[in-house]
Design a protein around this ligand. Structure first.
Ligand SMILES: [Zn+2]
Length: 150
């Protein structure tokens, strides 16, 4: 993938202090185009379908919200907790605005645990972006694969 002007702008928006205090790239020094390419390869290798994974993460978030901050058991297999902060976040690609919903999912039988946000679901689904290495909310693909594995 080439570094288009659109990707350059998105990457600028990912720097600390632009949309969030921490930013989206952690300690990752790669170009956004390389991050996207390498994560797409890893998703293929781990057989994680981004649409399917995003659909499941959204399902966890929606079910978890019913707990109003208390843990909820989802489909008998996962424990989900959500908490919602005030305010909104803009996507770095500037194509949407998202509530600040933090979600924790734990798989009951293995203890695999994943953190994500409403915005992480959009970033995965629409942009194939998991956040940079070292970013607090980077979606860890191996954990994600284990979490969803039947
Ligand atoms: Zn977006």
């Amino acid at each position: 993938m080439k570094m288009t002007p659109e990707l350059k702008k998105a990457q600028e928006n990912m720097n600390p202090g632009v949309i969030t205090a921490e930013g989206f790239l952690g300690t990752d020094k790669r170009n956004l185009s390389s991050i996207l390419d390498e994560d797409a390869q890893m998703m293929r290798r781990l057989e994680v379908n981004p649409d399917e994974a995003a659909r499941m993460l959204r399902h966890f978030m929606e079910e978890g919200q019913k707990g109003l901050g208390e843990p909820v058991t989802v489909d008998g297999r996962w424990i989900v907790r959500t908490d919602e902060a005030r305010g909104h976040l803009v996507c770095p690609w500037e194509d949407g605005i998202f509530r600040k919903i933090n979600v924790t999912v734990e798989r009951k039988d293995t203890g695999d645990k994943l953190y994500f946000t409403d915005l992480s679901i959009h970033l995965l689904e629409t942009h194939g972006f998991l956040e940079g290495k070292g970013s607090t909310f980077r979606l860890n693909l191996e954990i994600l694969a284990h979490l969803l594995m039947l």
